[in-house]
Design a protein around this ligand. Structure first.
Ligand SMILES: Nc1ncnc2c1ncn2[C@@H]1O[C@H](COP(=O)(O)OP(=O)(O)OP(=O)(O)O)[C@@H](O)[C@H]1O
Ligand SMILES: [Mg+2]
Length: 178
């Protein structure tokens, strides 16, 4: 059964949510040449996010990610305003059976600029052989249940509560034959 988190567990102070929204609004209203420039802007906000309890973790092409001070949650800031939205929409379509291998967002802003997920152990915490095993487990499980995900690779999977999980899926997860 999936765990239900309360807002106060994710954001111990309500000012945090406000501060995140304000910070992002400031960054995103600036003109940026392209999204690499945007990524730099977001990363430069690291010290401001640290002040409100989120430390820089890692980034991909679309998102810059921060970890909460208790190491339980990841805040994903979307630079292109599509990936978080796709992920949230996908998570709402995902059938119960797949919820054991897909890490679901547990909070998000109404404009999808940020979302929060539980933190998994990743290729930074576990040996690469273990990560490859997790990839195989996820692909097998999805396929046995008639699904596929094109984005199952070492940077997108991890271990959460002793389960293999994917934490970056968006529009890349779907039902076979559709
Ligand atoms: N739930 C999580 N638990 C642990 N680490 C995470 C989590 N979500 C993201 N990360 C870390 O942040 C990185 C970037 O996140 P993510 O892959 O979701 O972003 P992306 O920009 O969509 O990636 P891509 O370049 O693959 O499109 C991941 O590779 C991983 O190291
Ligand atoms: Mg990724």
């Amino acid at each position: 059964m999936s765990v239900v988190y309360t807002t106060s567990e994710i954001f111990p102070s309500t000012e945090q949510v406000l501060a995140i929204n304000q910070l992002l609004a400031q960054i995103l209203k600036k003109e940026c040449k392209n999204w690499c420039a945007r990524q730099t802007e977001v990363k430069e906000a690291n010290s401001d996010l640290e002040k409100i309890g989120f430390k820089y973790l890692d980034s991909g092409l679309h998102r810059v990610c921060y970890v909460s001070s208790d190491n339980r949650f990841v805040l994903k800031i979307d630079l292109v305003s599509t990936q978080n939205k796709y992920e949230i929409e996908a998570s709402q379509r995902i059938p119960k059976i797949l919820q054991s291998v897909v890490l679901l967002p547990i909070a998000f802003s109404s404009d999808f600029l940020w979302l929060v997920m539980p933190k998994a152990k990743t290729d930074k915490d576990l040996p690469i052989e273990k990560i490859h095993k997790l990839e195989d487990e996820i692909c097998k499980f999805l396929s046995e249940n008639g699904y596929f995900c094109e984005d199952v690779h070492h940077g997108n999977v991890g271990l959460f509560e002793d389960r293999a999980v994917i934490f970056d899926y968006g529009f890349n997860i779907g039902k076979r034959g559709e």
